[in-house]
Design a protein around this ligand. Structure first.
Ligand code: HEM
Length: 220
């Protein structure tokens, strides 16, 4: 049982362990699933798609856990520590996607595909790099919170980027897997809107976002 750390006389929650190992296994399994779904014709454009779809999936899951835990805290609070790890792995997949687009593929996307992708890239990378306690202490919780709420703007732009990038010669078409991932992005945005409309209170601390353990004081 976690030992409470009294700070200024206030019992502060002990931060939950970030499930890096579990999330890395999830990322590997998800990559292999996408690989299996696309094989046997695996090629650079398809590896790029796998990274792009993995980025969209993990980033959506990181946000969706937050909204669902407002409605069903008992069910989803235990998953809150995954918000940090899935968010980070999603950003890593986005870096891999953008790298693939410019280096092995040598594409030169322009227009709104580039603008929307660029905004999403910068926002999610900055959020992944500030999803830690040190960043909250540096920025102060109110500013950190306002910045991380921008994540939903990035998620909306991701949906726009997805649709624009998959509209080729005026025809928008997705295979079932891509449809499922785009649906997850949209569901995540709708879940946040529902939490807002339901009037769920704003979170007041870093631990409320990423989870903490019930603390107990050992009887001396
Ligand atoms: C400068 C930044 C970016 C550029 C230039 C870019 C470029 C592209 C291009 C050219 C495609 C079409 C790929 C294809 O059809 O094979 C695409 C698709 C996609 N991109 Fe990006 N992208 C960027 C950032 C991002 C970021 C940050 C994310 C996610 C967080 C993302 C997620 C996606 C998704 C989900 C697709 C659709 C993949 C599919 O349908 O299978 N992109 N992007």
């Amino acid at each position: 049982m976690a030992k409470a750390v009294p700070r200024n006389g206030v019992l502060s929650p002990v931060p939950a362990r970030a499930p890096w190992a579990e999330s890395a296994i999830m990322a590997a399994v998800f990559f292999l699933l996408l690989y299996a779904a696309f094989s046997p014709v695996l090629s650079n454009p398809l590896v790029d798609k796998i990274h792009a779809l993995q980025a969209a999936t993990f980033l959506s899951m990181a946000f969706l856990i937050g909204s669902l835990s407002r409605f069903w805290p008992k069910l989803f609070d235990p998953l809150k520590p995954y918000r940090q790890t899935l968010g980070f792995l999603g950003a890593v997949s986005a870096v891999a996607h953008v790298f693939m687009v410019y280096v092995p593929l040598g594409w030169n996307p322009s227009g709104w595909v580039l603008v929307s992708g660029g905004f999403v890239f910068v926002l999610f990378l900055a959020m992944a790099l500030t999803s830690n306690r040190a960043a909250v202490e540096k920025l102060g919780y109110p500013l950190w919170k306002r910045f991380h709420t921008l994540g939903y703007v990035a998620l909306f732009l991701l949906a726009v980027h997805f649709v624009l990038a998959e509209t080729k010669k005026g025809v928008f078409s997705l295979n079932p897997l891509e449809t499922a991932v785009l649906a997850l992005v949209v569901i995540t945005l709708l879940a946040r809107a529902a939490a807002f409309l339901a009037g769920h209170p704003m979170r007041q601390s870093y631990d409320a976002h990423f989870g903490s353990k019930r603390a107990s004081i050992k009887k001396r």
